[in-house]
Design a protein around this ligand. Sequence first.
Ligand SMILES: [Mg+2]
Length: 226
Amino acid sequence: MTSDKVALLFDIDGTLIITDGAGATSWKLAFMDLYGIPADIDKYSDTGMTDPEVARRTFTALLGHNPSPGEFSRLLERRMHFLGQAVDEADGYHVLPGVEALLPKLIHQGYLLGLVTGNLEAAAHIKLARARLNRFFAFGGYGSDSPDRVALTQVAMQRAAMVAGEPIAAEKFLSFGDTPNDVIAAHQAGIECVGVASHKYSVTELRDAGADWVLGSLEEPLPLSP
Ligand SMILES: [Mg+2]
């Protein structure tokens, strides 16, 4: 149990919401539109990777060379173009258990909430908009800040201090994520992490990754003092 946290950082996919493949669908449509190739990003990337990593790896595997800045720019635009439609049309899109009750409660309790996600900033907001969850998050670190999850976590921490108007020590942050990558990145950024086993990784896997606490879902009590 921890009593002195100020800012809470949330991963999006698998922690707050499930977009039911909308991300992969939008990449497929983007590669189809630009190159006539129905790209399957799952072959070239893993959950927890940032959008720039996914884009670069998939592009290089399919096209046989690293994307030029122009090719990369066009790919990211096409992907975000198709993402809104893919999110709207995803039958299985849903908010994960506990989230819709938890976020307003945490705001009421006075925590500053932020996002830590491999999504490009606009993609993160597109994904959260369908569930009207953007309003809870005053700042974030995104895949568009760095392809590296540790670095984008550090960006989120700097932005939290800007929003708060005062420095926030690393031990005042608590991160929530659903993958071992989330846990490892939080720790490398110097902050504690709650593993949430609400998607592909189990309680045991998140514990083995070193999570400071592990929850089955965000319906369970958080390790914060009431
Ligand atoms: Mg995730």
